[in-house]
Design a protein around this ligand. Structure first.
Ligand SMILES: C[S@@+](CC[C@H](N)C(=O)[O-])C[C@H]1O[C@@H](n2cnc3c(N)ncnc32)[C@H](O)[C@@H]1O
Length: 219
């Protein structure tokens, strides 16, 4: 578990989450056996609630891995969206494409290979929702680039922002992780202060930040 909550709380919350479909359970087993980090069940459940209420049509994901979270989002929206997902590892993209090809959502998910910090510089478009789930130490840079791609009224979901509790407590910080921790603290402070956004940090999983981009058009 992640040091964020007492273990009994995490276990209880996880027990409450309904079981996923077979193809997602298969991917969960693959991820566990092969030590691929994927979004935690209680975080995925929060995302499902957000997706069902916001009904995003265009989603940008940073960090595809094996395509699990992309397929969770796609399945939640029953294919009524398009996801562009950025991943730097070729082996992961290969696996993701393989898993995606076994679902009806092959045409709905595009994967871009490359370092998100570089790829985001050249991207255009307007996304309804952005899921940040890669290189926690670079969230600030991702955020600065993503804000131009996020439509007013859109939301960024950033995972692992409490980083095993280290972000909230010096006592938990491992020496070699100090740079990531400092960067995440800076990022969380920034998203809570920056004008034009309303944010909330939720202590489930490894910590999730919800960042809403204000929509001034209806004022
Ligand atoms: C936590 S995993 C993503 C898990 C996935 N979102 C899921 O829940 O199924 C993070 C992924 O981001 C990728 N990654 C890390 N830094 C990146 C970067 N700067 N640009 C693109 N991909 C990156 C890693 O290779 C890894 O596959």
């Amino acid at each position: 578990m992640t040091n964020i909550n007492e273990e009994f709380i995490d276990e209880y919350l996880r027990e409450l989450v309904p079981k996923n479909k077979e193809f997602l359970i298969f991917m969960e087993k693959y991820a566990e056996e092969n030590h691929v980090p994927i979004v935690e069940p209680e975080v995925a459940q929060l995302m499902k609630v957000i997706l069902k209420s916001n009904k995003p049509k265009e989603i940008l994901e940073i960090g595809t891995a094996i395509g699990y979270s992309a397929l969770v989002m796609m399945d939640t929206l029953e294919g009524n969206c398009h996801i562009t997902s950025i991943e730097r590892r070729e082996d992961m993209i290969h696996l993701a494409k393989d898993f995606i090809s076994k679902t009806p959502y092959g045409d709905n998910i595009s994967i871009i290979q490359g370092d998100a910090n570089e790829v985001l510089n050249h991207m255009e478009g307007s996304y309804d929702l952005i899921f940040m789930d890669a290189a926690k130490g670079q969230y600030m840079e991702f955020f600065e680039k993503c804000i131009y791609l996020l439509r007013p009224g859109g939301m960024i979901i950033a995972d692992n922002v409490l980083f095993r509790g280290m972000v909230a407590s010096d006592e938990l910080v491992i020496r070699r992780k100090i740079t990531i921790v400092k960067r995440l603290r800076k990022f969380l402070k920034y998203i809570n202060e920056v004008e034009g956004f309303t944010s909330s940090v939720i202590p489930i999983g490894d910590g999730v930040a919800l960042i809403y981009k204000e929509d001034k058009s209806f004022e």
